[in-house]
Write a protein that binds this ligand. Sequence first.
Ligand SMILES: Nc1ncnc2c1ncn2[C@@H]1O[C@H](COP(=O)(O)OP(=O)(O)OP(=O)(O)O)[C@@H](O)[C@H]1O
Length: 273
Amino acid sequence: MIQDALVPKAGSPNTRSVVSARDLGLTFKTDDGPVTALTGVNLDVRKGDFVSFIGPSGCGKTTFLRVIADLEKPTAGTITVNGTTPEDARKNRSYGYVFQAAALYPWRTIEQNIALPLEIMGYSEADKRARIERTLALVNLSGFGKKFPWQLSGGMQQRASIARALAFDADLLLMDEPFGALDEIVRDHLNEQLLELWARTEKTICFVTHSIPEAVYLSTRIVVMSPRPGRITDVIESTLPRERPLDIRETPEFLEIASRVRDGLRAGHSYDE
Ligand SMILES: Nc1ncnc2c1ncn2[C@@H]1O[C@H](COP(=O)(O)OP(=O)(O)OP(=O)(O)O)[C@@H](O)[C@H]1O
């Protein structure tokens, strides 16, 4: 069941939302014919929201993030990012993007990796230094700036790539399964740290995951998606408090939300493929 209040109606995007999509669609042309990655997507992401996107492989989660980031152009509907087109939002550096793999340059130290977007944007040496120190502290990596990526664990590398995405102070963070390749204990720890960072910085976060517990633990809202064609099938507003110790995952309230997400995923899942 989709809660009416949470699902915007077709029409003009809400330019006060950080992300506002109306009837958004994207159909890729491929040699095997058109592939509809997204259809009829209506969604508002409000300032300070932590929104997770969950759904089976191919339901368009990454494509939606890439549309927000202006890495793909929609073929139907409209979308605004910070009240502007995704292209303007990209040019204004309105978002930081964290990829599935840490995507750090191995020949650059951690601080040189974080400095990269700042160099492109022409920050002064002093400003660059201050921002590197601040973002390293934010992800608990102070003192590791001179290391190379291969000298750090997978979890630390992913934290470094979050630092890089935070370095230029974008209010919006787009995260595509950032912890998918990490073991569960490291992932728990990073989830906790990400929530702390979100609370401290008041960023708006769009987060793609395959994990129900991760989505429920992190989010203020959970967007459940379904494939062929990729679409939103449920939007769940979390009733959990913002302060979330890890053992909140054993509470009846948490399990109830998780069960609703699971039902949503089951309803949109085809088992014969
Ligand atoms: N550049 C492209 N050209 C053609 N088809 C594409 C392209 N990018 C994505 N697709 C197709 O669009 C659909 C949605 O893909 P997308 O990667 O957004 O799904 P996803 O939900 O992020 O999947 P996963 O969980 O596996 O990462 C899939 O059918 C995919 O094959």
